[in-house]
Structures are given as structure tokens and as C-alpha cells.
Design a protein around this ligand. Structure first.
Ligand code: AMP
Ligand code: MG
Length: 329
């Protein structure tokens, strides 16, 4: 199968609609990462997503809809706090989990009685969703467990030959996956951290919990239990106060002929004074935006990526650290 990368216009949208309506999959840009989408009502199409990615079949997908889509046809029991959060943050990088009405294919939620809904803010994503006017089930458009894609080229390098069409909407500026929020209980609970932080949610509705998955527990959000986001080379992660150890390892490995790159924020780059760096940038949004980009850049040139955690560990950095620690496991 030939894989085309097309800018978003009337003709590529018409093609994407034909593919989706005939049970195929289309890669689409969003403001977080690129998604691999299929008609959520079509079980065979949804199952193709799992096949193409090599995704474990107990890890459910998020359903993407345009901003005027009536989600009461898909889910029930939308609590008051969820309405407030939707008003504050949607369209945007926040996925909300509700009790499912069971109208979409069972394959989307992998047997759970809940459904995750997202309304992306990316203009190209909105155009695509509006054009097809269907709920689109989509995980990230990468091979399962590899680094998530933030450009059309990243999608191409993982899925070339396996899908027909990649809609190119430029770089995904957010850079890490959406915050996943359980909205089935009395208060919202974060299942996966992202750019909409616990602090931001608590500011709107007063309270926000965070679910911490530990090995062996039953996962409410099955995605938590998997190795993820990993580049195709060795990786090691150090704490922000272990830069001396990181630099020592960098020098030892380099002297043995290993191609080593240091992945860290700009402040640490300045202190480390080593030659090969993958600079994540300065502020927290820039760091999130560059994380997958730099991991993918790194795996092309490095045998070993030595990552050093940023000093700031709250806000958006909770999501960044979650990805970084899984990438370096
Ligand atoms: P991905 O888009 O590849 O990052 O994967 C979607 C994420 O959303 C995974 O971490 C899933 O476990 C999570 N997710 C999707 N649907 C649900 C749901 N109904 N309940 C809890 N988590 C979900
Ligand atoms: Mg993913």
C-alpha cells in the first residue's frame, strides 16, 4: 500500500472521508500528537487500528469528535463538574471518560463500560472531524510502544506501507498526549497527566484526584501499565541533582566508542558542557513540545541517550516525567 502525506484541503478531506466511510484508517494531526483514526461505529475498522499498531487489545481508544458533536448520543451521566471543565478547556488537550451508552463499537473501549471522549483544538483535526461528521476512535499514530509522533514524517516513518493517508497539519505543538480524566465519580480523577494539569482542573472545580498505577494493580486506564514512548536505542534517566553522574557516564561510554547524547532542558545543557546534546528547551511547554521530537531525533544518531530530569516536577512536568520515565525503562 502506498502511503500519501497530504496537506489538509477540500480534496484530501474528501479522500479521508471516502477512506473512513469504507472502513479504512487515516492519520490525523492534533494539538497533542498525531492520531490514527477510524469510524468508531465500525468494529472491523477499529480492529484494524490495533492490528496496524500492534497495540495490546485491552488498551482502549479515545473517541474524537468535532466541537458541535452531540456527545449525549455516545455517553450518559455527564456530571456538572465535567460540564464546567468542558466549558473551560474544550476544544483542547483534555480527554474525559464517561459511562458509555454502548452506541460505538465495543472494540473501542476493550470491554470497559466507559468511553473516553476528546474534542481536539487543532484546526486541521476540527476540519477533518467536521467533514466526516463521525466519532473517530484514535490512539497515537505510532507503532505500539515506540515514541508518539508529533509530525507527519514521524507517522510516515512508523506506518509507511500500512496506511493510505496521513493528513499533514504541521508539528503538534502540545507534544505530549492529552490529559485523561475520569469523570464517572464524585470528583474528577486524572488517569494520565498532560498539558491540562491537576492544578488547572482544581482551579475550575475545586478538587481533582490523581490515580497512581502500581504494578500488579487492576488498571482503570489500561494504557498505564505498558512500556511506552521508547526510542530504538538504549536510554538511562537521571534525577536533576545527578548531573555529575550523568556526565561521568557520558564520558565513560563516549571513550569506549559509544555514540552518546545527553537529553535535558536548556539549563542543564549549559551546565553539562558536553558535545552531543538533545536540548529540550527552556520553559515547561517548550519541553513538552520537544520531548518526542528530540527522542526521535536522538534514536537516529545515538547508541545511548542519557536523560536528565528537569528540576521542576509539578504542573506540565508531571506529564513530561511520566513519559520520560516510561521511555527510559
Ligand atoms: P493513546 O491515544 O495511544 O495515548 O491511548 C489512549 C489512552 O487513553 C490510553 O492510556 C488508554 O488506556 C486511555 N483510555 C482510553 N479509553 C479509556 C477509558 N474508557 N477509560 C480509561 N482510560 C481510557
Ligand atoms: Mg499511544
Amino acid at each position: 500500500m502506498k502511503t500519501e502525506i497530504l496537506e489538509i484541503d477540500e480534496s484530501s478531506l474528501a479522500l479521508s472521508k471516502r477512506i473512513i466511510e469504507s472502513g479504512g484508517v487515516v492519520a490525523m494531526p492534533t494539538e497533542t500528537v498525531y492520531g490514527l483514526g477510524a469510524n468508531a461505529f465500525d468494529s472491523a475498522a477499529v480492529e484494524r487500528i490495533f492490528e496496524i499498531k500492534g497495540r495490546p487489545n485491552d488498551n482502549p481508544l479515545i473517541v474524537h469528535v468535532h466541537k458541535d458533536y452531540d456527545i449525549s448520543t455516545l455517553v450518559e451521566d455527564v456530571p456538572e463538574y465535567a460540564k464546567l471543565l468542558a466549558k473551560a478547556f474544550l476544544p483542547g488537550p483534555l480527554t474525559m471518560v464517561y459511562k458509555s451508552k454502548g452506541t460505538v463499537s465495543k472494540a473501542v473501549s476493550c470491554g470497559l463500560d466507559t468511553l473516553a471522549i476528546r474534542v481536539p483544538s487543532h484546526e486541521g483535526a476540527q476540519r477533518f472531524l467536521k467533514f466526516v461528521n463521525l466519532p473517530i476512535a484514535a490512539p497515537s499514530a505510532n507503532v505500539s510502544k515506540h515514541v508518539s509522533p508529533t509530525t507527519a514524517e514521524h507517522v510516515y516513518s512508523d506506518l509507511n506501507g500500512k496506511i493510505e493517508l496521513i493528513l499533514d497539519g504541521g508539528k503538534s505543538e502540545g507534544g505530549i498526549e492529552s490529559t485523561v480524566l475520569d469523570c464517572t465519580g464524585d470528583i474528577p480523577v486524572i488517569l494520565r497527566s498532560g498539558l491540562i494539569t491537576r492544578e488547572m482542573i482544581a482551579q475550575v472545580v475545586g478538587e481533582c484526584g490523581e490515580y497512581v498505577y502500581k504494578d500488579g494493580m487492576r488498571a482503570i486506564s489500561p494504557g498505564m501499565k505498558y512500556k511506552h514512548y521508547s526510542p530504538n536505542c538504549r536510554t538511562v534517566l537521571f534525577n536533576f541533582d545527578e548531573l555529575d553522574k550523568a556526565v561521568k557516564l557520558y564520558r565513560e561510554e563516549t571513550s569506549r566508542g559509544v555514540k552518546v547524547y545527553l537529553l535535558c532542558d536548556d539549563k542543564t545543557v549549559q551546565e553539562a558542557k558536553v558535545e552531543n546534546v538533545l536540548n529540550l528547551g527552556k520553559d515547561e511547554n517548550e519541553i513538552a513540545s520537544n520531548l518526542y521530537l528530540k527522542l526521535r531525533e536522538g534514536e537516529k544518531v545515538a547508541d545511548l541517550i542519557i536523560a536528565v530530569a528537569p528540576e521542576k516536577q509539578d504542573g506540565v512536568m508531571v506529564g513530561v516525567m511520566n513519559r520520560l520515565s516510561k521511555a527510559c525503562r
